[in-house]
Design a protein around this ligand. Structure first.
Ligand code: NAD
Length: 347
């Protein structure tokens, strides 16, 4: 079984050979540390800046998990890029072909950080923000050279999930976007070009909808955190990982396909199946309920243990998809091809 041949710009698979030799990561928490690992595992030398005193520990712990993940996938390279932890932003970004900004999601902090990067790098450096929500034109507002800024929105864990949403601002040049897309492919990723700027891009708008509905279900005492997670992971979550939403519903329409599906379920959109347009107030009581239920559900495992379980599951799913020549498995297959075939476990 194999998917139909690529049809559009977002489906193109062509991995560039190493066109990036050095990169900088500014802000090295959950996402920045994940970027640092993916870059290093792709042979890129990485310099990071994060004022947190625990940055070294976070980088090491995340990188350990990343290595395990790449070993499980069988794509662990022979050579890994170097890591430098700098003591100032200015010492970090100079000379980097790509600067990844992953500081917290606050506009004034993003602006201050991006301006500092803008002032300290040459015009050929691509500046990529990991922002989950801001439009690139909003981020680029105070920059002197906004033409080289894009949003490159990844997904946690960055070192395993191939998707990166690529969004251009009004000032971003097409050359910048194309170069960024090529770089992302060289990192074993699947860059998805978002056609137009919109708050929260594509994926987080979908996730926000599910998140809101889940908050209502807890708020109204309908389901617990564990029950909601079961409703996802034993059912439609498995479908989503391999076919997404539309192809899944096309099949759900039987041989009549999408037209029959909409004829059958279209009316439900007007029924009270969702409270999506309304937001539950995050009262102390609701937050406590969610946090307590989450502790009961998963508190027996540390976050790092949960990450390792997640990563092992993701690697196995990606390998299964690769074997079937389908979805995200095709990105892994391409990464393996670009490495020159099967790699060892890296032991
Ligand atoms: P985080 O809180 O885990 O990490 C942010 C890091 O930035 C911290 O380590 C902090 O010390 C550092 N920092 C703070 N001020 C700084 C400064 N002035 N200079 C350099 N570093 C600074 O946050 P995160 O979850 O990694 O999110 C970072 C960005 O990635 C946000 O824009 C977020 O929207 C985006 N993002 C997050 C996720 C996710 O699942 N967490 C997914 C995709 C994108």
């Amino acid at each position: 079984m194999a998917e139909a041949p690529p049809a559009g710009p977002n489906d193109e698979i062509s991995v560039a050979t190493s066109l990036l030799t050095s990169a900088a990561v500014v802000g090295c928490g959950v996402i920045g540390a994940g970027w640092a690992s993916r870059l290093r595992l792709s042979g890129v030398d990485v310099c990071v800046y994060d004022p947190s005193p625990t940055v070294g520990t976070i980088i090491d712990e995340v990188h350990d998990n990343a290595v395990r993940g790449w070993e499980a996938l069988g794509v662990m390279p022979d050579n890994v890029g170097s890591l430098t932890i700098a003591s100032s932003l200015e010492d970090t970004v100079g000379g980097a072909g790509l600067v990844v900004e992953s500081v917290p999601e606050r506009l004034e902090l993003k602006h201050a950080t991006l301006v500092a990067i803008d002032e300290t790098t040459g015009p050929e450096t691509i500046i990529a923000s990991s922002t989950s929500g801001f439009k690139p034109s909003v981020l680029a507002g105070p920059l002197t050279r906004p033409e080289r800024l894009i949003v490159g929105h990844p997904f946690n864990p960055v070192y395993l999930l191939p998707l990166v949403e690529v969004v251009a601002g009004t000032a971003t040049t097409e050359a910048t976007v194309e170069r960024a897309m090529t770089i992302y492919r060289s990192l074993g990723m699947h860059p998805l070009r978002v056609r137009a700027e919109i708050d929260a891009h594509i994926a987080d708008r979908l996730l926000e909808a599910v998140w809101r509905e889940a908050l209502w279900l807890i708020n109204d005492g309908i389901a617990t955190t564990a029950e909601i997670d079961d409703a996802i992971r034993f059912g439609f979550g498995l479908r989503w990982a391999q076919m997404g939403l539309f192809e899944t519903y096309r099949i759900a329409g039987g041989t009549g396909g999408m037209r029959h599906f909409i004829a059958q379920f279209g009316e439900c959109l007007d029924w009270p199946w969702t409270k999506l347009m309304d937001t539950p107030e995050l009262t102390d009581e609701l937050i406590e309920t969610i946090a307590r239920q989450s502790d009961e559900q998963s508190g027996h495992l540390s976050i790092r243990e949960l990450e390792r379980i997640r990563d092992q599951n993701l690697a196995s799913m990606l390998l299964a998809l690769e074997q079937n020549g389908w979805g995200a498995g095709r990105t892994i297959a391409e990464q393996r091809r670009s490495q020159g075939g099967s790699k060892g476990t890296g032991d």
